[in-house]
Design a protein around this ligand. Sequence first.
Ligand code: FAD
Length: 334
Amino acid sequence: MMTEYKGVLICGEVSDQKITTVTSELLSTGWMLSDKLGEPLNLILIGQDIRDATQEAIHCGADKVYVADGSPFSESLPETYVNTIADVCKQINPMILLLGQTDMGRDVAPRLAAKLNSSVCLDCIKVDIDPDTGKLLQTKPVYGGNALAIWKSTDCLLQIVTMRPRSSEPAQPDTGRQGEIISVSTTADDSAIRTTLIETVKEELKGISLEDAKVIVSGGGGIGGKEGFELLQDLAQILRGAIGTSRVPCDEGWMPKKLEIGQTGHMVSPSLYIAIGISGAPQHLAGCSGSKCIVAINRDPEAHIFQEADFGIIGNYKEALSSLIEKLKTILQV
Ligand SMILES: Cc1cc2nc3c(=O)[nH]c(=O)nc-3n(C[C@H](O)[C@H](O)[C@H](O)COP(=O)(O)OP(=O)(O)OC[C@H]3O[C@@H](n4cnc5c(N)ncnc54)[C@H](O)[C@@H]3O)c2cc1C
């Protein structure tokens, strides 16, 4: 008898006993897909002491949460993830498996595809159900972010997709929602695990993280040097925002690489993104085009960033920022 593949399974991630933001985003996307397919939404969570996160996941839209909780899952080893997710897939035969385009998702998705003989599409920014065929439409940026391609698997019954963080809004929790929690264990043979986790180092974060910031003040090659970023820091402080940057200041050593926004950096979607001395290259816009409002400051009226910006200031950034900071100090009385 041919196996029937149906419904959506999300592979969630937990940090500090809470589901991560990308998991919440996957839940809102998964909920939309499940609704269109008329199927329940399944989620798998793997880790240690993650019971609280399972309830949170139910509040955020999961109907059934498969939980692999315990000491065998304390280390985030890709082999353990792959074996455990594969076991759940064999049990419920989902048509769609969504993961985040995170370190874990990037590592696990292709291995799972090989193990389960399925298709895999990495780094999607949108998914939807084709109303004609009921197949999954998978949209991802191609050619360095200059075009979008929509993929559709024709012969695979399970379709594995990783979704770029910040490509959808997080799910809104409803504490009244009920769901089912199902414990799972791994059938993995320990001798097959070839990875050892040597150390986990938590990144020290000063101020607000770029992903969580409501306001981002971002500087590019036009800032001209490290010192110029002090003026941007003043603006960020007044607006209680975070500092970001484009590729050029990182390459020049003016700013650390960890603050880079774009295709190879952070994906952000703040309420306000102030792009200062940034040309608006597609690779940069790939990381900030989800911002609610973009304000550009650039001395070149032809700069591409003005085509993406909601508001623009044409001129030297130093003069523009000095006036802006003075004005904001008066308005906000800081
Ligand atoms: C595979 C790949 C991945 C990439 N990934 C990323 C990525 O993730 N993030 C990223 O940012 N880039 C990325 N890049 C690089 C990207 O293509 C651009 O080269 C980069 O974004 C340019 O940075 P910029 O606009 O800040 O600098 P520039 O191109 O140097 O532009 C500077 C801008 O500042 C303006 N300016 C100059 N002086 C002043 C002044 N005094 N006042 C006001 N305006 C001024 C200029 O008019 C110009 O528009 C990637 C490239 C490749 C090939």
